[in-house]
Design a protein around this ligand. Structure first.
Ligand code: FES
Ligand code: FES
Length: 158
């Protein structure tokens, strides 16, 4: 299999890696960099468990080849907290009991982060739309949506 050199910045840290042509960004993050907070669900772009920010936009990392991520900046759930302080979205997910098995949570939080940082006053419909690519089999979404609404308020008070 042909190998390629790629350079990616993940959670602020630069990495030079040799990757196979068919390796996905998800495989690089989990298997090469040990970022197990990025979850692998369906591996075909349907569940959103593998969502990360790539150059600031939410992407299903199972669908992006590692070679396509060359030169890009990536944020995973491990990069969401700051100086040991949870992000308001993480705090509100805990506060609202929005986590059950937790498998969807990292991707859900990444999608919510993108929403709130790009739309400081989202409607409930916009919140639902923003997480529509993130499937949760446990919570019924109600607590997730309340958590995101409270996080919106916390962001506005920062
Ligand atoms: S694992 Fe990527 S969308 Fe399901
Ligand atoms: S908490 Fe289990 S899938 Fe969402």
């Amino acid at each position: 299999m042909k190998e390629h050199s790629v350079e990616i910045v993940v959670n602020g840290e630069r990495h030079h890696l040799t990757v196979g042509s068919e390796m996905t960004l998800l495989e690089v993050l989990r298997d090469r960099l040990g970022l197990k907070g990025v979850k692998e669900g369906c591996s075909k772009g349907e569940c959103g468990a593998c969502t990360v920010l790539v150059d600031g936009r939410p992407v299903n990392s199972c669908l992006l080849l590692a070679v396509e991520a060359d030169g890009k900046e990536i944020i995973t759930i491990e990069g969401v907290e700051r100086d040991g302080q949870l992000n308001p979205i993480q705090e509100e997910f805990i506060e609202h009991g929005a986590v059950q098995c937790g498998f969807c949570t990292p991707g859900m939080i990444i999608s919510a982060k993108y929403l709130i940082e790009n739309n400081p006053d989202p409607s409930e419909e916009e919140i639902r739309e923003a997480i529509s690519g993130n499937l949760c089999r446990c919570t019924g979404y109600v607590r997730i949506i309340s958590a995101i609404k409270s996080a919106v308020d916390k962001y506005s008070m920062r």
